[in-house]
Design a protein around this ligand. Sequence first.
Ligand SMILES: NC(=O)c1ccc[n+]([C@@H]2O[C@H](COP(=O)([O-])OP(=O)(O)OC[C@H]3O[C@@H](n4cnc5c(N)ncnc54)[C@H](O)[C@@H]3O)[C@@H](O)[C@H]2O)c1
Length: 325
Amino acid sequence: MPPTCMVTGAAGFIGSRLAGRMLREGWRVVGVDAITDTYDAREKLDRVEALLRHPAYRHLGRDLALSPLGRDLDGVEVVLHLAGRPGVRESFDRTPDYLHDNVRATEALVRAATRADSVRRLVYASSSSVYGDGPVPFREDGPTAPISPYGRTKLEAERICLRAAGDRLETVALRYFTVYGPGQRPDMAFRRFAEAGLAGRPLRLFGDGLQSRDFTFVDDVVTATRLAMTADVAGLAVNIGGGSRVTLNEVVLLLAELVGRPLRVEREAVARGDVRHTVADSERARTLLGFQPQVGIAEGLAREVEWLRRRTAPAAAPDREPVPA
Ligand SMILES: NC(=O)c1ccc[n+]([C@@H]2O[C@H](COP(=O)([O-])OP(=O)(O)OC[C@H]3O[C@@H](n4cnc5c(N)ncnc54)[C@H](O)[C@@H]3O)[C@@H](O)[C@H]2O)c1
């Protein structure tokens, strides 16, 4: 009998790619997603449809905070917890929703996982936002000081997961650094910029564009998460960065090359909660997970633009990215 894992947030950008990877590896996958209102539901439903074409995929349409899991965890060995409410700016206006989807949902899931006999490990998708605007590079054993409700709820959820580690249940928190690539969420900068560039519209850039990020390609994040299912990292937080520290202005130049025309940039004030720089110290990921990012920014961005071109082509087929091979 093939092993079973659960992917929460399976309709999401990263969760759907992770679920696809696990199916390709021969696992049975139980996906959970509430299809929350963060962006166009069609995009999430297309990903679920693609996953459902695989016979080893089962989907539960559930809000983890409202309908706690019970027998649904029977036989599940590993829980990959990616469900959550992302987005820094929105979190100032909708803090209760962030508490619900990031903190309450995690509490309920961890409680259920602790009671389930079969579950041996839970991997949580935390965020570089837990560090706030501190000095870079960010180290896992250094200070955490989130400056947005999003960052605070991710840190709280991470603590809930790590505190639950016991004799039977092992827990790990992966701090993902800005993830991009095919399937990226429509609210994220690369996607907004690339869509505007391809359509010949000006793009809106918050701040002077000199803010930098440790951008991480989605398939590298999936690989790191896969490694965290078995590596000797129980009880720890681990940074997952892509190793490409790039400013937003540099991204705009790269995108102009990919799109084949100069991009018009409309600058706006620095957004609330926007940190100046993020850089991961990747020592733990390298030594404990054996993780080494494979895709650099130029190649990763080209793949995202190519995905968007296909998606916006007149006779575009529905998004088939996460379809397991
Ligand atoms: N994308 C990034 O750059 C990034 C960086 C750091 C951390 N993360 C974390 O990784 C995870 C996945 O991010 P993403 O970019 O794929 O986001 P996403 O919004 O595409 O995916 C999250 C999914 O979780 C689901 N969900 C939310 N609340 C739920 C609930 N209460 N019950 C069940 N399902 C629920 C949503 O419907 C959505 O499909 C999130 O937890 C996010 O905080 C993402």
